[in-house]
Design a protein around this ligand. Sequence first.
Ligand SMILES: [Zn+2]
Length: 170
Amino acid sequence: MAVLALALLWLRASRSRAQEKDVRSYPVQKTEAEWKAQLTAEQFRILRQKGTERAFTGGFHDHHESGRYLCVACSQVLFDSTSKFDSGTGWPSFFQPFRLGSLVEETDRSWGMTRVEVLCANCGGHLGHLFRDGPRPTGLRYCINSACLRFEPGSAGPGERQQEEAKPGK
Ligand SMILES: [Zn+2]
């Protein structure tokens, strides 16, 4: 019994250490109350509690305009329309991020599966998952919840991507 209690204590301690590490590693830091005030209930459930919207219910799975997709929580540019493709899954899907480093990947072992979770590197918001059955050229499929995205119409070519990357301090 004592051993079990100790093991539970250790688990709890290592989990809170991991949470502290998460809290430290993202530039945008807000309390749960601040996120709740800023986000809709659905956005909060997905971004901060790692939820998933039901397939085909979000605003962007069938969205084909030219432009960029920003994190709805912190406005970091995450994807652009040139890397969006129709996966047929009911969630917006992209074969590459807007910039290397705009996303963080974590191992997700929930629901008896091992998946790669994708988070916003700026605010730590949960965005969706990464699968390796995407189209060329990357073979990647970033399966993202519409509720985590804000769309900004405009040109979204590779030229703009390079300019964005060339900006100092980015
Ligand atoms: Zn963000």
